[in-house]
Design a binder for this molecule. Structure first.
Ligand code: PAF
Length: 276
């Protein structure tokens, strides 16, 4: 496994190795969720690249960009046993050189939910993912279902821009108490960490209602809100029962539904979802 920090070095390496490539784009602070994607990429491709880049354009001004965990040495150690070929960890200037002025905007699917709460976030995600696709030219790229709207945005973007890459979505990996693994979980205090699985319990309540035959989307949203209300540390930003492709809120679930939520526990913003 080699560490590459420039685009030209990455391209030289890519050319030398040939074969099929899987890319796992990350912002580092790796956990089991990332590693399960890497494991799958290893099985499905000749070569695997993991990018580690804390992308400034997807953070709001005054957001948590500065305090986002940067743990490259530990990340490299975690990746070592997985047979990764290249870790691509560019600097901010390498990706956004002076006078950079081109961004990718995906329209409708970025408007609700995370897009409404975090203006500009998906413009940053779509731009950096397009750049990573152009640099790495992977056959397959691996993303976690935990960021359900991000998955919908990236699928829409690759279709719209005819980017020749297969988007593979890995299941959310959870702690024993159901909390979805996330690099931001490290921000939680002891008491907040105890409160955080309320997101999972809320999703389970809506899923159970769905499995009992409930198809009224408002009742599914109410089932999630009822559970979240019981946790005084939970401040709800949104709960949603939406079409998984368009992210538009449903009235009645006819086929599939993406149940999702964003909840603040203390100053930490957590998101989670179930795709039914
Ligand atoms: O999901 C993430 O970690 C980031 O949004 C991504 C896809 C690596 C782009 O910066």
């Amino acid at each position: 496994m080699i560490l590459v920090e420039t685009i030209s070095d990455f391209r030289a390496h890519r050319k030398k190795l040939g074969g099929t490539w899987g890319l796992v784009p990350t912002m580092g602070a790796l956990h089991q969720g990332h590693l399960s994607l890497v494991e799958r990429a290893r099985r499905e491709n000749d070569h695997v690249a993991v990018s580690i880049f804390v992308n400034p354009t997807q953070f709001a001004a005054g957001g948590d960009l500065a305090k986002y965990p940067r743990t490259l040495e530990r990340d490299m150690q975690l990746l070592e046993p997985y047979g990764v070929d290249v870790v691509f960890a560019p600097s901010s200037d390498e990706i956004y050189p002076p006078h950079f002025q081109t961004y990718v905007t995906v329209e409708e699917v970025t408007q609700p939910l995370e897009g409404a709460m975090r203006p500009g976030h998906f413009r940053g995600v779509a731009t950096v993912v397009t750049k990573l696709f152009n640099i790495v030219q992977p056959d397959r790229a691996y993303f976690g279902q935990k960021d359900g709207q991000q998955v919908a945005v990236i699928k829409q973007m690759t279709r719209d821009l005819n980017i020749l890459v297969e988007i593979i979505v890995g299941e959310t990996v959870r702690e024993a108490d159901g909390l979805a693994m996330s690099s931001r979980n490290t921000y939680l205090s002891y008491e907040e960490r105890k409160a955080a699985p309320v997101l999972y319990r809320a999703l389970c309540a809506a899923r159970d209602a769905f499995q009992r035959g409930e198809r009224d989307a408002e009742k599914l949203r109410a089932a999630m809100r009822d559970v979240l209300k019981q946790e005084p540390r939970a401040h709800v930003e949104y709960v949603s029962a939406a079409d998984p492709n368009t992210l538009q809120e449903l009235e009645v679930v006819e086929n599939s539904v993406l149940l999702s939520m964003a909840v603040r526990i203390g100053s930490t913003r957590l998101i989670d979802n179930f795709l039914l």
